[in-house]
Write a protein that binds this ligand. Structure first.
Ligand code: GLN
Length: 570
């Protein structure tokens, strides 16, 4: 049992006691502070962006920060979620398949996260049920309070210790009032009580409506949302108001009197043109200053460092707002073409590259099922397109159309980046059209094609079940000396990128394909898994078995995207 403050000295780590709170060994309350963000009124307010931007501002001032997202769904991870419904599956270095919000955290904070930074109800309940089967609660009925809430607090405190964070940023998924996050909210109430005054800051994000038929701002929904939070025993310390326009002083006053907090803790967070503006908005509104004060950390802020980082960020924001005249159109093929969230990291990586190169990157979605059915010609699909990406994907739909797109880009010297599935499409086209391997295909789409150029990874065959059975997470890639890839990666001979796949280039075909001119310039160390392909005699034709988009950061665009945009600009 760790050291305790007054309140924690009364708790018990015996699960049969009522004041059960398991505490990690050596845990000292107050060493790590917590900022906990809730959303009220409705979902989609950008809790993740708010929480990560606030964390960024504190990180810039020299604080060690660690975020965590607590998800309400029962899936163990996001791996089995349809990107069409839930946005892209973001993959962390340790192989965790998580919510796309973790991508926002990694990009804004410029740090690598792990499975400790993400939890779902599925993970939480599995752990509790495992403990129950192991006899950990013997003789005791396992309850939401204290056992589930105890487990949640334990998770946060373990993150605090492991990350050695000064401040842990907790984002509660969903909206206050949802059934699936009510135990998280209760756990946060308990946490604040146990950690003591000044160690936890509750931030409520809310929405001020402004219906067209009234033409004025209305705060009732926001008030009710905050009341709902208060009815759960949580008094927010700060309230950030999303709104279409700047919120009026009158609205601030209404929220203030209703929520028991002074107006200087009610903040305007109205819609802005770019998410890059949120950190600056936080500083402008002095939210960081208030939060540091609430947590008693104001004296520890390194304002000099804060200013240096702010300058770099402001420069990026300036570029983001500039809207350059020069435009590059990147075609993206895919079946989730109706929803931008399904390709969030790719779009971000393109944006980062555009900012660095001073061009505006526009996207044109290419529906490959239409190419496949003959409804749309490839020529037509590529009209106005300067470069093309075939992104990752699963399943058969639109595959033949994608292979035709790879072929078209190859033959017409259109800059091309194939990602994961896109890499495999390029290999199939090359096998069929250049190597003369008629009927070449992937066993993902056809049981026994005449040439299985893409086949199941032997190591994946051993893994059973539907979730978490891919080759996942960060892996090393050996880069061929003097190749184009090595040039792109600053002459490095080994890089690390993130993977998520079950299929690979069949090793039996590597030589046949290379003999006809395609270069596999990146391979897995000690295994014949091909990871980068390139063509000479082409302005830019690169395929990668990994997902370079996951490592792109606003101030450090992923090199392969940067080069794609650069080649497409010409
Ligand atoms: N479906 C392919 C595979 O499993 C590609 C996966 C992907 O694009 N992420 O290998």
């Amino acid at each position: 049992m760790g050291a305790k403050n007054n309140i924690l000295s009364g708790v018990s780590d015996t699960s049969s006691d009522e004041f059960y709170t398991p505490i990690p060994k050596g845990y000292e309350p107050g060493n790590t502070k917590y900022v906990i963000t809730f959303g009220t009124v409705m979902s989609g307010l950008g809790k993740g962006i708010f929480s990560s931007s606030l964390a960024k501002v504190l990180k810039d001032k020299g604080f060690r920060v660690s975020p965590i997202k607590l998800e309400g769904y029962l899936n163990i991870d996001s791996g089995t979620l349809n990107p069409f419904r839930h946005g892209e599956v973001f993959v962390l270095d340790d192989g965790m398949e998580c919510d796309m919000d973790l991508g926002t955290y990694e990009r804004l904070l410029d740090i690598n996260l792990t499975k400790d930074n993400f939890s779902t109800n599925g993970q939480l309940f599995s752990k509790i049920l495992e403990n129950e089967r192991d006899g950990k609660f013997l003789g005791r009925d396992v309850q939401f309070i204290p056992h589930v809430t105890g487990e949640i607090k334990l998770m946060l405190r373990e993150l605090a210790m492991k990350s050695k964070a000064d401040v842990v940023f907790v984002e509660i998924g969903g909206t206050v009032g949802d059934i699936e996050n009510s135990h998280y909210i209760e756990a946060m109430r308990e946490l604040a009580y146990e950690e003591g005054e000044g160690n936890v800051c509750f931030a409520a994000l809310t929405y001020i409506i402004e219906p067209d038929f009234l033409g004025e701002q209305k705060s009732k929904a926001a008030q009710l949302g905050i009341r709902n939070l208060q009815s759960r025993g949580i008094q927010p310390h700060i309230i950030a108001c999303r709104a279409k326009n700047n919120i009026s002083q009158g609205i601030k006053e209404k929220i203030s009197i209703n929520a028991n907090i002074p107006t200087n803790r009610v903040f305007d967070m109205h819609d802005v043109d770019s998410i890059y503006l949120i950190p600056s908005k936080i500083i402008e509104e002095k939210i960081d200053f208030r939060v540091l004060k609430i947590l008693g950390l104001e004296d520890k802020a390194d304002s000099k460092k804060g200013l240096v980082e702010k300058k770099k960020w402001d420069e990026l924001t300036r570029k983001a707002l500039e809207k350059p005249k020069k435009e590059v159109v990147i075609g993206i093929t895919g079946k989730y073409t109706k929803i931008r969230d399904a390709y969030a990291s790719i779009l971000k990586a393109l944006e980062h590259s555009g900012l660095a190169l001073g061009v505006r990157v526009k996207t044109k979605w290419i529906e490959t099922t239409k190419i496949e059915s003959g409804e749309l010609s490839v020529n037509e699909a590529f009209r106005g397109v300067d470069g093309v990406i075939i992104p990752g994907g699963f399943g058969k739909r639109g595959i033949e159309g994608k292979i035709l797109c790879a072929k078209h880009a190859r033959e017409n010297k259109i800059p091309f980046l194939g990602i994961c599935l896109g890499f495999q499409m390029a290999v199939i086209d090359y096998a069929r059209c250049v190597c003369g391997l008629k009927g070449a295909n992937s066993t993902e789409f056809e049981d026994s094609p005449s040439h299985k150029v893409i086949d199941y990874l032997p190591e994946q065959l051993k893994i059973e079940g539907f979730g978490g059975n891919m080759r996942l997470g960060g892996r090393d890639v050996d880069v061929k000396k003097n190749s184009y890839a090595s040039k792109v990666y600053d002459d490095k001979t080994c890089i690390r990128e993130r993977f998520r796949h079950r299929y690979e280039v069949n090793p039996e075909y590597i030589k046949k394909i290379e003999d006809k001119g395609l270069i596999f310039s990146g391979k897995a160390p000690n295994q014949p898994i091909m990871q980068i392909l390139e063509l000479v005699d082409h302005p830019y034709f690169v395929g990668v078995q990994y997902h370079p988009e996951f490592l792109s950061r606003p101030l450090r665009p992923a090199p392969l995207f940067y080069e794609l945009v650069r080649a497409s600009r010409k």
